[in-house]
Design a protein around this ligand. Structure first.
Ligand SMILES: Nc1ncnc2c1ncn2[C@@H]1O[C@H](COP(=O)(O)OP(=O)(O)OP(=O)(O)O)[C@@H](O)[C@H]1O
Ligand SMILES: O=P(O)(O)OC[C@H]1O[C@H](OP(=O)(O)OP(=O)(O)O)[C@H](O)[C@@H]1O
Ligand SMILES: O=C(O)c1cccnc1
Ligand SMILES: [Mg+2]
Length: 523
């Protein structure tokens, strides 16, 4: 599928300070100096110990379209009117053809401090990528991680529907949410535009307004499905079963069944879920089945979802037995403010839900609305750079680095290790010393049974690597989550995954730290 072009993905989608720094680099003759930047985050979201990297397809779109047009340059001129006019000529001339980008594939489980992107090239151009690349990867990775957590909570046999469009953070947030919820493991979206543009499955049910739009039987005139009166048949079943239900609701269900005889799924909580909605659904379902179509199921959208799903399943079973129809496995969809904790709680209550519809808490990432991915200079003119901080977590790891995932005999990942780019790569079967980045007492020997190089050169002035499709990334992610130790991926108090440095990089970091921090003198 051709990649869609989002009109916002362009170099002017940046903070002013990137442009002012760019001018200062240019003014001082440093704009073409060779620089290396890393994009990484410091803490996993949702009190978790894993994150899923995403946003790469937009990063590529950004690089492919990295050019300022005349209108944009004219506008920038109004922001820094004192700048020399040759600077604006230079801005008009630049593109991403001198950049190299190394990236971890989209849909990979990633951990704090591992550089997800390594950007190399002229200082001013690589600097100009900071904000745009971060905005493209931060929310995409956050929502993918959130979706993966919802999927893990529900279990792989459940169907997960993303319903977030109406509650998302603007149209752009909604499109990103739909796309990356799918990468994270959702099965479909209700967002029709996302379906068309990203080629992801679209599905849905109906709303309360449809039910409320039918007042009584007279609102449903042409009642025949395959020549049989669906409403009359449903009324016959209602009489036989002794139900007293809402007439408008029964009529609405019957009319919906006429429109979708092979996809009849009813929203049952408009008036009284157990007293009217489910009985009405069963009457129309029996009528439809008699005509020759298999009904699909119900949606619960309020109340105690565990209790109601268990009751609904029991009513399906009873109807199956009484009328000798295969209704036991009809689908139960649940929605209404579902979050990860609610899913875990529903699991504890042995719910009977087959399908979760999740909107607000998925797309707004309610329990943590931002991922703190950052973009830091790690090398300039071949000099490694460090950014120090009182908080150890905020210290950047210098040098142009490669990252490797080391696996043990059991097939599980042991740790990720960052190494200087000119070091020999870890070898299968060869013992290597790895160190905690900042705690000198924490070190270990690893003899890897498998070594995975995490970065790929994806951009070398142009796209040089085939980027996996969303579905490929989605499958790969689920395989990785299954293969990862459960103590790392569990929801409550997970264990941190080990991130380490090669011995050489560790020593270099300490050395640079000592060199860069002046020793204070006290008298
Ligand atoms: N059995 C359950 N265990 C834990 N949480 C549940 C259970 N059933 C529903 N929930 C959650 O409890 C919350 C119920 O919210 P609320 O009380 O606003 O809904 P409601 O009154 O049933 O529905 P509405 O206000 O939409 O008519 C939702 O977040 C829902 O997902
Ligand atoms: O609850 P969410 O996870 O966001 O899922 C999407 C919600 O959107 C719809 O509600 P609607 O907008 O019709 O309002 P409602 O809450 O009154 O049903 C739907 O019925 C769900 O309840
Ligand atoms: O299709 C649905 O049931 C749906 C779609 C969007 C929001 N809530 C529900
Ligand atoms: Mg609701």
């Amino acid at each position: 599928m051709e990649r869609p072009h989002n009109q916002y993905i362009r170099p002017l989608l940046t903070d002013l300070y990137q442009i002012t720094m760019c001018y200062a680099y240019w003014k001082n003759g440093h704009h073409m100096d060779h620089a290396v930047f890393d994009a990484f985050f410091r803490k996993c979201p949702f009190k978790g110990e894993y994150t899923v990297f995403a946003g790469l397809s937009e990063v590529i779109e950004f690089l492919e379209n990295f050019r300022f047009n005349q209108e944009e340059v004219n506008y920038i001129r109004t922001l820094i009117p004192h700048a020399e006019s040759e600077f604006f000529d230079w801005l008009l001339s630049i593109d991403a053809s001198q950049l190299k980008v190394y990236a971890i594939p989209e849909g990979t489980l990633v951990f704090p401090r591992i550089n997800l992107l390594r950007i190399e090239g002229p200082l001013a151009i690589a600097q100009l990528c900071e904000t745009t690349m971060l905005v493209l990867c931060n929310y995409a990775s956050l929502i993918t991680t959130n979706a993966a957590r919802f999927r893990k909570a529900a279990g792989k046999d459940k169907v997960m529907l993303e319903f977030g469009l109406r509650r998302a953070q603007g149209p752009d947030g909604a499109m990103t949410a739909s796309k990356y919820s799918y990468l994270g493991g959702f099965d479909s979206t209700s967002n029709a535009l996302a379906g068309m543009i990203y080629g992801i499955p679209v599905s849905g049910t109906h709303a309360h307004s449809y039910i409320a739009s039918y007042v009584d039987y007279s609102d449903f005139r042409d009642r025949l499905i395959d020549g049989q009166d669906i409403l009359q048949l449903a009324l016959d079943y209602r009489r036989e079963s002794g139900f007293t239900t809402n007439d408008g609701e029964l009529t609405a269900f019957a009319s919906y069944a006429k429109a979708f005889p092979n996809a009849f799924l009813a929203l049952v909580d408009t008036y009284d879920t157990l007293g009217s909605g489910i009985p009405n659904f069963l009457c129309v379902a029996l009528a439809l089945y008699k005509i020759g179509h298999k009904p699909v199921g119900i949606r619960l959208d309020s109340g105690d979802l565990a209790y109601l799903s268990i009751q609904a399943r029991a009513m399906f079973k009873k109807t199956s037995e009484k009328f000798n129809v295969p209704f036991e496995d009809l689908k139960i969809v649940a929605s209404n403010d579902i979050n990860e904790t609610v899913i875990h709680s529903l699991n504890d209550q042995k719910h009977q839900i087959d399908v979760f519809g999740v909107g607000t808490n998925l797309v707004t990432c309610q329990s943590q609305p931002a991922l703190g991915m950052v973009y830091k200079l790690v090398e300039i003119r071949e000099h490694p750079r460090i950014k120090l901080s009182n908080e150890k977590d905020k210290i950047t790891i210098p040098c142009k680095k490669n990252a490797f995932r080391l696996f043990g005999e059991s097939g599980e990942a042991i740790c990720d290790v960052l190494m200087m780019s000119d070091e020999a790569e870890p070898q299968v079967g060869t013992r290597m010393l790895v160190r905690h980045p900042f705690d000198e007492r924490k070190r270990m020997f690893v003899v890897p049974s498998k070594v995975e190089k995490l970065h790929k050169l994806i951009w070398d002035g142009r796209l040089v690597e085939k980027i996996p499709s969303l579905s490929e990334g989605r499958e790969r992610l689920q395989m990785q989550i299954e293969a990862m130790r459960n103590d790392i991926t569990r929801a409550i108090n997970p264990t941190p995954y080990k991130i380490s440095l090669s011995s050489n990089l560790y020593d270099y970091l300490q050395d640079l730290w000592n060199r860069e921090v002046p020793i204070q003198e006290f008298r």
